[in-house]
Design a binder for this molecule. Structure first.
Ligand code: UD1
Ligand code: CA
Length: 453
């Protein structure tokens, strides 16, 4: 029997108080709907259908490349109505698994457990037990402990509200049967909606067994407001931290670590201090050490690199044994070879810096090609922008740039050249020679400070 998955994502998310459709809000830097979609993909279904509605254009354009069937539910008349819109687009002999676009923390094993327990003829519900079940549909059982129906909070009597076992919303059922049950739904309830949960009663009336499968409570929490979004973010980040700890990474405090992307590879004995944010695709070599308050986005870091406190590095390649920071900013398209030192208050953009070179203090290096063993003195600036275009600065191997130098690009400093401190270099500086542009120092004899009158 083919597996088809339907993700319900048409709801408005009123309580988010947002311009953005709820399912586009991010958890760990990734939209809620994407978490659910990626989970669905892990189950290798024959088909995925996504029911969308609120914020239709934004949702569609964001995920236009997904190989799914998009089903519009123009009016949100309830979860049963939503699934009914999707059914004509499903395989008629499929087992249908329903997921919610705003329940992002479910795990593959849990869904696999549910699917395994249900088999091919029955209806399966993923349920969980909460100490505070407010807001959820309650699972009503008979004296034999069999599920007899689900009652929504707003329709529940006092004794039903006391039930702690709740409906997570995740349901599995055969498509052909679902079709007849959904056709029988009505909206005679407190919310005037077509409830998907009412299929339970119809299934039992048709003699089809309904089973439940338990889910860990931390997997089935949904996002209805920003407080829940923040709570789920912590759960998600804690999971990611645990996974990194298992991969052998030292995290000084797993509760003060954020991953908004993926650590694609990590070496041995990597150490990460507190308040580090990793975004995008990250590779960390053996024995990399990352200090507190560091942000890395799409970075490859070679072995034994040390990144000191407060540094921000984006779209860069950091060679082995480099030392960066504290308070360094490395911008996109930067490549550092091995043992490069980038010190405090240094900004590097779209530049390549060769092995063993140092830019240790207060500098701007942009659109530059710097060789090996170059020493760039404090306060050096590549003047790469003339107000209209960007130009390149080339500094060859072994050059020494004195402090407070401006290199007005395009310009080249030759091999082993020395630039005297305080120079404004507007023409190429020849290899092996001292070049400087500096007013001669004079001392004015007999000069006197003015006096107050
Ligand atoms: C639903 C369940 C409830 C369960 C809870 C778990 C029903 C009737 N109730 O209630 O038993 O405990 O989820 O979180 O199913 N949606 C649509 N179209 C619609 C309505 C909803 O696509 O017309 C989508 C929403 O975008 C959301 C999901 O379905 O992703 C759930 O809808 P929501 O309104 O949040 O249902 P609950 O009232 O929370
Ligand atoms: Ca909900």
């Amino acid at each position: 029997m083919p597996l088809n998955i339907v993700i319900l994502a048409a709801g408005q998310g009123t309580r988010m108080r947002s311009e953005l459709p709820k399912v586009l809000h991010c958890l760990g830097g990734k939209p809620l709907l994407q978490h659910v979609y990626e989970l669905a993909r892990e189950l290798a279904p024959e088909r995925i259908a996504i029911v969308y509605g609120h914020g239709a254009q934004r949702v569609l354009s964001r995920f236009a490349d997904w190989p799914v069937v998009w089903v519009e539910q123009a009016l949100q008349l309830g979860t049963g109505h939503a699934l009914q819109q999707a059914l004509p687009h499903l395989h008629e002999n499929a087992m249908v698994l329903v997921l919610y676009g705003d329940v992002p923390l479910l795990r593959r094993q849990t869904l696999a457990g549910l699917l395994g327990a249900v088999g091919e003829e029955r209806v399966g519900l993923l349920t969980t037990t909460l100490t505070d079940p407010t807001g959820y549909g309650r699972i009503v059982r008979n004296a034999q402990g069999e599920v007899v129906r689900i009652v929504e909070e707003k329709d529940a009597r006092a004794e039903e509200k006391a039930i702690l076992e709740v409906n997570t919303g995740v349901l599995v059922a055969p498509a052909a049967k679902l079709k007849t049950w959904l056709a029988r739904l009505d909206n005679a309830n407190a919310q005037g909606e077509y409830y998907l949960t009412d299929v339970v009663a119809h299934a039992l009336a048709d003699g089809v067994a309904v089973i439940s499968f338990p889910a860990p409570a931390d997997e089935v929490a949904g996002v209805n407001d920003r407080r829940q979004l923040a709570q789920l973010e912590r759960v998600y980040q804690r999971r990611q931290a645990e996974a990194l700890l298992e991969r052998g990474v030292t995290l000084r405090d797993p509760d003060r670590f954020d991953l908004r992307g993926r650590v694609e590879a990590v070496g041995r004995d990597v150490e990460i201090d507190v308040n580090v944010v990793l975004e995008g695709r990250i590779v960390l070599g053996d024995r990399v050490r990352i200090g507190p308050n560091v942000v890395l986005k799409d970075v490859v870091v070679g072995e034994e690199v040390e990144i000191l406190a407060g540094s921000l590095i984006e779209q860069a390649h950091i060679g082995p044994r480099c030392r960066i920071g504290p308070f360094a900013r490395i911008r996109p398209e930067t490549q550092l070879a091995e043992e490069v030192h980038i010190g405090n208050f240094v900004e590097v953009k779209k530049s390549r810096i060769g092995a063993g070179s140092k830019v240790n203090h207060l500098s701007y290096i942009g659109d530059a090609e710097i060789g090996a063993r170059v020493n760039v003195g404090a306060g050096t600036i590549t003047c790469n922008y003339d107000g209209a275009n960007k130009h390149q600065t080339i500094i060859e191997d072994g050059a020494f740039i004195g402090s407070d130098t401006q290199l007005v690009a395009p310009v080249r400093v030759g091999r082993e050249a020395t630039i005297g401190a305080g120079s404004t270099i507007t023409q190429d500086a020849p290899a092996g020679k001292l070049t400087l542009s500096r007013c001669r120092q004079i001392t004015v004899e007999h000069w006197q400070r003015p006096k107050k009158t």
